[in-house]
Design a protein around this ligand. Structure first.
Ligand code: SAH
Length: 213
């Protein structure tokens, strides 16, 4: 896989457009400028890698729109060396962005083939601080909890209780909640039994499905 001047130039423009759309966190923008998104797309889509669009590429897989990745990552406010859990590995792109921000990333995917291909790609790209698991994200990943941040990249009808339980005190869950359209929520665990919810814009995600595939 190759990164070229053309791709770098297209990335710069994409970052400019994200800035115009209201993304403010320079660390997030920097990570997105650094990471070649075209590595995460099937060859047929490479030409479109730096347009601000999601791609549905079968088996329920979507690589989220760059704006959505930036928006969710900004809300998570990841700091270096923090443990972050992502639900819905998909292509592996979002996990790689979190890793570039210095997080220790755990990511789970319910679909076996997607899990395999993302794990292989992230290994080939030398992302040593990302660990991939073939799991139903509805249960989170209890063996490595608690997490400073949990990021859900599929649309959930309800907030899975396991995810709330796996937050450390002060930890944040960023999750799109809703049926056809989802409202972005950020739920902070302010005390052992006390959570604070903030709501943000609406998005459309592929569904959060129960069970493995
Ligand atoms: N973060 C991804 C985008 C993922 S699209 C990226 O950067 O490319 C949402 C993903 O969530 C899909 O791959 C889907 O298979 C997965 N998913 C849906 N429900 C899930 C669940 N219960 N547990 C784990 N993964 C799930």
């Amino acid at each position: 896989m190759e990164d070229s001047y053309k791709h770098k130039g297209q990335r710069k423009q994409l970052i400019q457009s994200l800035r115009k759309k209201g993304i403010r966190d320079e660390r997030v923008l920097e990570a997105m400028e650094l990471l070649p998104r075209h590595f995460f797309l099937p060859p047929a889509f490479i030409e479109w890698a730096y347009t601000d669009k999601p791609f549905q590429i079968g088996k329920g897989q979507t690589i989220s729109q760059p704006y959505t990745v930036a928006y969710q990552t900004e809300l998570l406010e990841v700091k270096k060396r923090e443990r972050v859990l992502e639900i819905g590995t998909g292509s592996g792109y979002q996990a790689a962005i979190l890793a570039l921000l210095g997080a220790r990333v755990f990511t789970v995917e319910r679909h076996a083939e997607l899990y395999e291909s993302a794990r292989k790609l992230l290994r080939d790209l030398n992302f040593g601080n990302i660990r991939c698991f073939h799991r139903d994200g509805f249960n989170g990943l209890p063996e490595f909890a608690p997490y400073a941040g949990i990021l859900v990249t599929a649309g959930a009808n309800e907030v899975p209780p396991a995810l709330l339980n796996q937050l450390e005190i002060g930890g944040k869950l960023v999750i799109p909640v809703g049926d056809k359209v989802q409202t972005m929520q950020r739920i902070t665990r302010v005390a052992e039994q006390d959570y604070r919810t903030e709501t943000f814009k609406t998005f459309r995600f592929v569904p959060f499905l129960k069970g493995l595939d």
